[in-house]
Every structure is written in structure tokens, then in C-alpha cells.
Design a protein around this ligand. Structure first.
Ligand code: ADP
Ligand code: MG
Length: 257
């Protein structure tokens, strides 16, 4: 598989009234086309900052961030971004939220929207408004909206963090379906070790202060995976063991950032 994203010598410092804060130090990460990478680490280790840099939402940094060999210097539709909160337009229906700035009246947009409604399992809710949807459904609309643009990479920043365990697990299946069907490269940030191991080809484990990559764990298990299997539990333990300090674990479990 070829490399789609190539990050090297990436450093990011925020200037704050209290002085400079180094958020990321010497980040090096290569992601292959079609790969599913999850990123896990304690609160404040720079996960969101890293994702925003990949998205082109933050360009004030040093280092190389190449998407298909081109330096990322601005946001674009080929880099889909899903936030923890869905950020839908409250005054638009589900189908119009998915189409967003494209006209739903265009036959090819209409066709793609209908197809995506099916993929994210929202049939029957095309004309509903965001206020009538649950958290999981809203997040599926946001994912469909990003997919309509055929992104080269889908960046998800704790997309299921606000959902209950049952909905979260359902959303993981939906995301894996989408990944299988579209072969979109996925980079997902999570606080949840099970989620990180369940979804990923590789789990990137980060450290805080300053944000660095501590370890990358390849998860060599076929899909669909079984969370209760011995092999799964072994990978889970492998990742868990990296967070040997209790306070780090608390940060991972309790943070809503
Ligand atoms: P995470 O997503 O892993 O919780 P963030 O990427 O949000 O971490 O933040 C990494 C570090 O950078 C933290 O120390 C945070 O306080 C700091 N930081 C993030 N955004 C800003 C900002 N806009 N201004 C100043 N500091 C920031
Ligand atoms: Mg964050």
C-alpha cells in the first residue's frame, strides 16, 4: 500500500499569555492509503492539535505534513473532519445537511445523498431536522456530509465521545461498514482503549507535555473483531500497559475534551 499521509519533524507551539506551550514535538507518522489509524493518549497530549494540522485548519507549525506528496496548507473538501459535536445546520433537513452547499436538486447530488443515507442507516429520516435526531443519528449525518465530498482522508476527533455505550458500539459498526465500502483512509482520535483497538490497523499512543508519539501498536487481527476474544484482550492489555501511571488512565477515562 502506498503512503497517503507523511508527517515528519512536526512541531507545534502555542503562544499564550503565560508563555509558549509546546503542544507537539517531533511528530513522525506515515499513514497508508486505506489504512485505519486510531490515536489515543491523555488529555492535552495534542491529539486535536495534530488532527487540525492534518486537516489544514492550523498551519502555524513547523515541519512536514504531506497529503499525497503535497504540503497541507489549508482546509479542503478532500480532508473530511468530524468533530465531537456534530455541527449540523439546525434549520436544514437531514438530506440538505448532507448536501450542504451543493444543491440537492442536482440529480447526481440527489443520487449520492440517497446512497449515503443508506450507508449511514438513516432511511426514513431524510426530511427530519437535527432537533428530531439522537446524538448518534446526528453524528451519522455529519459523517455522510463529509463522505459526499469523497474525502481522501476522514479525520474524526472523538466523534463518539458524547454517546452512550450502546450507540457508540453501533457507530463503530457503521464506521467499519463505511470504511469497507469506500476504503477511505481513517484517522480517529479516541479516549476509549476498546474503541482504539477494535477499529484500527494501528493504534498510535501519545504522551503529554509535550505531545509526542510514545508507541505505535499494529493490531494484527482480522475484521470483524470480537471484543471478548482472547486475542483482542491481549492487544487491549498491550495498549493499556503503556499507560502504566494511574493519573494518565484517569485522564484518559474522565476527560471530555
Ligand atoms: P488533546 O486533544 O489531546 O486533549 P489538544 O490538542 O487540545 O490536546 O491540546 C494540546 C495542548 O495544547 C494542551 O496543552 C492545550 O492546552 C494546548 N492548546 C490547544 N489549543 C490551544 C490554543 N488555541 N491556545 C493555546 N494552547 C492551546
Ligand atoms: Mg482533543
Amino acid at each position: 500500500m502506498s503512503t497517503i499521509l507523511d508527517i515528519d519533524h512536526l512541531n507545534k507551539t502555542f503562544d499564550t499569555p503565560q508563555g509558549p506551550v509546546q503542544a507537539l514535538r517531533s511528530i513522525k507518522l506515515q499513514v497508508k492509503r486505506g489504512e485505519f489509524v486510531t490515536i489515543i493518549g491523555p488529555s492535552g497530549c495534542g491529539k486535536s492539535t495534530l488532527l487540525k494540522i492534518i486537516a489544514g485548519l492550523d498551519t502555524a507549525h513547523n515541519g512536514q505534513v504531506l497529503l499525497e506528496n503535497l504540503q497541507v496548507d489549508r482546509p479542503s473538501i478532500d480532508k473530511g473532519f468530524i468533530f465531537q459535536e456534530h455541527r449540523l445546520f439546525p434549520w436544514l433537513t437531514v438530506e440538505k445537511n448532507i448536501a450542504a452547499d451543493l444543491s440537492i436538486k442536482q440529480p447526481e447530488v440527489r443520487k449520492k445523498v440517497d446512497e449515503l443515507v443508506g450507508i449511514v442507516r438513516l432511511q426514513g429520516f431524510e426530511k427530519a431536522y437535527p432537533r428530531e435526531l439522537s446524538g448518534g443519528m446526528s453524528q451519522r449525518v455529519a459523517i455522510a456530509r463529509a463522505l459526499l465530498r469523497n474525502p481522501k482522508v476522514l479525520l474524526l476527533d472523538e466523534p463518539f465521545g458524547a454517546l452512550d455505550a450502546f450507540t457508540r458500539s453501533h457507530m463503530q459498526e457503521v464506521l467499519l461498514d463505511i470504511w469497507r465500502q469506500n476504503q477511505t483512509t481513517m484517522i480517529l482520535v479516541t479516549h476509549d482503549i476498546d474503541e482504539a483497538v477494535y477499529l484500527a490497523n494501528r493504534v498510535v499512543i501519545m504522551d503529554a507535555r509535550p505531545g509526542t508519539i510514545r508507541k505505535i501498536v499494529p493490531v494484527d487481527l482480522p475484521y470483524p473483531r470480537k471484543k471478548s476474544s482472547t486475542a483482542f484482550q491481549e492487544y487491549r492489555r498491550l495498549v493499556l500497559n503503556e499507560f502504566e501511571r494511574v493519573e494518565e488512565l484517569e485522564l484518559i477515562d474522565s476527560s471530555g475534551i
